[in-house]
Every structure is written in structure tokens, then in C-alpha cells.
Design a protein. Sequence first.
Length: 276
Amino acid sequence: MPELPEVETVRRDIDARFRGRRIQEAEATGVRTLRRHGSPGELVDRVQNRELIGARRRGKYLLLDLDSGDVVVVHLGMSGQLLAAAASDPPIRHTHVALHFDGGDELRFVDPRTFGEVFVSTPEGPAGEIAELAHLGLDPLDAGEDALAGALAGRTTKLKPLLMDQRRIAGIGNMYADEILFAAQLRFDRAAASLNPREIGALHRSMVDVLTEAIAHRGSSLADEQYRDLYGQVGRYQLRHRVYARQGQPCPRCATPVARLKVAGRSNFFCPKCQA
DNA sequence: ACGCCCGCCTGTAAGC
DNA sequence: TGCTTACAGGCGGGCG
């Protein structure tokens, strides 16, 4: 599922390919994808004849800045893809939005499971805050160790749910949470407030290292997942996963079989020996 | 106010 | 072999 590294990979590719180009025409057909709008036509009206001036990221959200000041906000959800296509390419099933750029190519939002969404927003205030994203917490790549310690302090929740709580830290999902916790040698069900300073340091270092490495390898694509980059290519970081979806395989640190434990219907992968 | 759980959704794969 | 069922999980909302 697309998390921070996948969204960042797509962001960089969109910025490189479409920045400075004008959206000549837009098609929006996915009612559920455009659920924040009264009708899909609202999005069409606000993006047509606008120039894309850059792509930013906030957590797992992709922000496409237009020359009107509006921002097209995209969340890939579980199965969303943003794909560059030529106008002559055949249509793809589950395409909910298509932006046709000058020069003939297009950007398609494809999402079978429709957990993702697309909407246009007008930033507010001097900082350009997007009201719909105001709930998002720290970006893991910007936050220092002190900020992470602050997010953990006094929390009664367990460590992994906190890492995945977008209001605290924005961009980490189930897959990278497990990889980060393995790197930090911490169990998913540790009480968040129980970490000592050394453990907080390890968690911070692991969070930055894992996410940075994953971006460098263009994200993770798994067999049962849908992630593809802007050009339809899979990522490579799944080849470096150490615990996620690797139950029964040897821990790369101590060779103990990786465990899988379902809690509240969600899978947790970890080394029962290395992580405490 | 916070923690926790459910339902949304469809392609894939396991199971009978 | 073919059909049914379980599973994957981010997020919003409801509940306690």
C-alpha cells in the first residue's frame, strides 16, 4: 500500500514531468473518488486551463499546486495509482480522473478499491494551510528526535498504533511501521510512553533510515499490492524488507523465524527475539 | 478527549 | 474444476 516513500517517489516524478505545464482538459468520473465535492464537475472547472506549478507532499497526501492558487490533493489509499499516459494509450479500468496536459500526454488516477480520493482545495492563511489536512502531524523526515519524543510522551497507546496515527506522525502505514520497529529492535506492542531516551533515539534513527532507503529504492511493491510509480514500474525496496510479509523466514539479525501476529484484524510482523 | 473498532471496496488466492 | 469465502488496510466516524 502506498505510504510515504511511494508517495514521495510519485511526487518527484510528477514534478519532473508535469511542472510548468498547463492542464488543457480534465475528466472526472469517479463519484466516490471525488466524494468531497458535490459533483465531479467542480474539480473539472477548477483545474482546466490551469498550470501545474509544482508537486508537494504532506504525509501520504500529494499536493499539486496550480497557478490559480488552488491545490489538487490526491491520496492513493490502498490501491491508487497516478500514471503518465499518452493520449493514444488505451483506457484503463477504474480510471476516475484524467488530466490532459498541453503537449498531448495525460496524468491518470486509477484506483480499483476507491479508498483513495482526489479533491481541490484553496489554501488559507499566510502559511497556505489546507483545511482538510490540518489534522496531520509531524513529517517523519523533518521531525527531530525531540519532536518524536514529544509525540510519544504521556501516550497510553501502544507504539505501533502511534507510529501509524496520522495526527501524530504523518506518512507511516502498516508496512513501514513494521520495518522501522524491527530496525529499532522494538516490539509493536510496547507502551509508547515506556521508551527510554536510548530507545527513542533508535526509533528516530530507524524511522529516518528506513524511509530514506525506501525512497532511494523507489518504494515497495508486493505481490498482493497495487503500487506502481508514474511510469507503471514497481519499486525495489520490498527486496530489502526484513520482516514485513516474511513470517517463518529467518530474522536477518539472529535467524529466529519472523513471527506474524494479528491484532484487531491487522498483521504485525516482527522478530520475537530481537524486538523487545 | 482519547482509545478502540467497524465498514467501506475489489482483486487475488486459498479452500471446499 | 468452479464457486465461495477470506484477506489485504487507510481513514472517517461512532462508541464507550
